[in-house]
Write a protein that binds this ligand. Structure first.
Ligand code: ATP
Ligand code: MG
Ligand code: MG
Length: 552
């Protein structure tokens, strides 16, 4: 195969196939715990798992790792499904749940007990920690470690039958209390939890631990390559121990890769949940959240997220990616595809004194200047217009490229006009400019003078009022959760949201499209917030500025 591998895992699998180590279909899985919404880090894992399946014409399952019923919910399950689909991936067959395998997992636990490989332990959490030892000290055997098999079996069945209270007993693997790998010091396999489970209701009062559930779920589904993040590298010996000591229906293998860390960004569900619970953001899908649903509402496209994941690659070494790369990915995509429009954020009225009151005309502008296939849009030109307040100053600095008294500018796609008079209200605020337009300048340069620059505008009488959310990074610190004593909430960017009301967009956006952001010329990319909009009063979220304003 001459095609270059996308990442080290792909090359690894290619080698396994050519050496005969792997035969048959490649099956992967994406295994979220439904205890929060998916974030950009999960997107990396999704792109990797579904991408590997695609490359090898295999399959990728979506499996909810649902062994902590108290923290999980149907809301999260629904959100995760939607996000995976929105990213453009299709899982094989039905959605799966680790809880689908609770009966099987229970039977494997009995199998371990019967083989003398697991025992019921009555140490409490504190004692357990003390017996476990430390990195420098071996652990000590539990006094229950040599309990007879028959007694273990009976106790385990009694645990299941509800004869013990939360925390009273646990089932532990019997491995090695002196192992240098603490995960192998008789890890807990099952604990008692009187909790209602979103899938299994009150059927169970004992729940298997993640480290026991995961290898079995993988084996049940015939997963061939179980890809997970580096913090599970130390758990791999336990993953293998479980599969080596039961009779699994298949033999998956675990491979680790580095988690995605992004600067200026939090990627921990627990911390993102705090932002939601403490009302710092509007919810999991607040456009400032690094969640897939927040990014979707902000105007990120699935294509841009996938391109970003491709750009950052997959490797074994950790590190932090510059959030500027994510912004680069969405700018690239939208620069190529976003329809163009004009929006005046802070309207200042302009009257064209020499344009007849009862006259109006329609200008035809391209939807995208580099892509004729995207067609044209109609923009009304009238006697009163709006320009942005920031495009006019009374005393222009040197090299001013916009409007000033007695200076001329071109209105984008329209005529050239010259400012003749500044109108103020009783408090001295500028409320209007009286300008003269040059009727001979539509699409041609004026004769005898040169306009200062090109600015955007809309018709005052024939445009649409909108509200704008100017979003920026949520944190103003490169690694908001880095300082040990401080709190990541100390690093919130106070300007992460600026709301503008009463902006005006050109009339062609009366019914804005909701599949792709617009480029508002000279301002940035903006996406309709369909949920926040009222009929006739659209709300737009800024996806990203035109250029990186944070560049060092
Ligand atoms: P969090 O710490 O945010 O809760 P998690 O790893 O506990 O993340 P899971 O729901 O268990 O969240 O994650 C599902 C899959 O996504 C796992 O295989 C996990 O390794 C992967 N994943 C989670 N966060 C990242 C990340 N930042 N980069 C890459 N993969 C990730
Ligand atoms: Mg997890
Ligand atoms: Mg977690």
């Amino acid at each position: 195969d001459s095609k270059k591998a996308h990442n080290f895992i792909e090359s690894l699998i290619k080698d396994e196939i050519s050496s005969g180590k792997h035969a048959g279909k490649v099956v992967t899985r994406f295994p979220p715990e439904p205890n929060g919404y998916l974030h950009i880090g999960h997107a990396k894992s999704i792109c990797l798992n579904f991408g590997i399946a695609e490359t090898f014409q295999g399959e990728c399952n979506l499996r909810f790792d649902d062994t902590n019923p108290e923290k999980e919910s149907q809301e999260y399950i629904d959100a995760i499904r939607e996000d995976v689909q929105w990213l453009g991936y299709e899982w094989a067959g039905d959605i799966r749940f680790a809880s689908d395998y609770f009966d099987a997992i229970y039977d494997f636990a009995e199998e371990l007990i019967e083989k003398g490989k697991a025992y019921v332990c009555s140490l409490n959490a504190e004692q357990m920690a003390e017996y476990r030892g430390s990195l420098t000290e071996p652990g000590r055997n539990s006094p229950d470690r040599d309990r007879p098999i028959e007694d273990n079996l009976q106790l385990f069945r009694d645990m299941r039958a509800g004869k013990y209270a939360n925390g009273e007993l646990v089932l532990r693997a019997k491995i090695d209390m002196a192992s240098p790998n603490i995960n192998l010091r008789d890890p807990i396999l099952y604990r008692i939890r009187y909790a209602d489970h979103h899938q299994t209701g009150d059927k169970w009062c004992i729940y298997p631990m993640y480290d026991f559930t995961h290898p079995i779920s993988d084996a049940m589904e015939g997963i061939t390559h179980s890809l997970c993040t580096l913090e599970f590298e130390d758990h791999r010996p336990l993953y293998d121990w479980v599969l080596d000591n039961i009779t699994p229906p298949a033999r998956p293998r675990q491979t680790e890769f580095a988690r995605l860390n992004l600067n200026y960004t939090i990627t921990s569900k627990r911390k993102l949940k705090r932002l939601v619970d403490e009302g710092v953001v509007e919810g999991w899908n607040d456009p400032r959240m690094p969640t897939v649903s927040g990014m979707r509402r902000r105007g990120y496209t699935p294509e841009s997220i996938r391109a970003f994941c491709d750009m950052i690659g997959v490797n074994k070494a950790g590190g932090t990616v510059d959030v500027g790369m994510l912004e680069f990915a969405i700018r690239e995509d939208l620069n190529a595809r976003a329809p163009r429009a004009m929006c005046v954020m802070r309207p200042l009225k302009v009257t064209l004194t020499n344009y007849p009151e009862d006259q109006a005309e329609t200008l035809t502008l391209p939807v995208h200047p580099q892509n004729e296939a995207m067609g044209t849009r109609e923009v009304p030109w009238t006697r009163t217009l709006y320009i942005d307040r920031e495009d006019f100053v009374e005393e222009p600095p040197r090299k001013w490229k916009r409007l000033a008294p007695d200076q001329a500018v071109r209105l984008r796609g329209g005529y050239v006009m010259t400012c003749r008079e500044v109108v103020r209200d009783s408090e001295g605020n500028i409320v209007e400019l009286k300008c003269e337009y040059d009727p001979n300048t539509l699409g041609v340069n004026p004769e005898g003078y040169k306009p200062n620059g090109v600015i955007h505008w809309v018709s005052a009488s024939d445009s649409v009022e909108v509200d704008i959310n100017l979003y920026d990074r949520l944190f103003n610190h490169e690694s908001p959760d880095s300082d040990k004593e401080g709190d990541f909430l100390d690093h919130l960017n106070p300007d992460s949201l600026v709301r503008l009301t009463g902006a005006r967009v050109e009339k062609s956006l009366a019914q804005p499209r909701n599949d792709l952001p617009y480029q508002f010329e000279r301002e940035g990319y903006f996406f309709l917030d369909a949920g926040a909009s009222e009929p006739g009063r659209p709300v737009f979220n800024r996806t990203v500025t035109l250029r990186d304003s944070w560049a060092k």
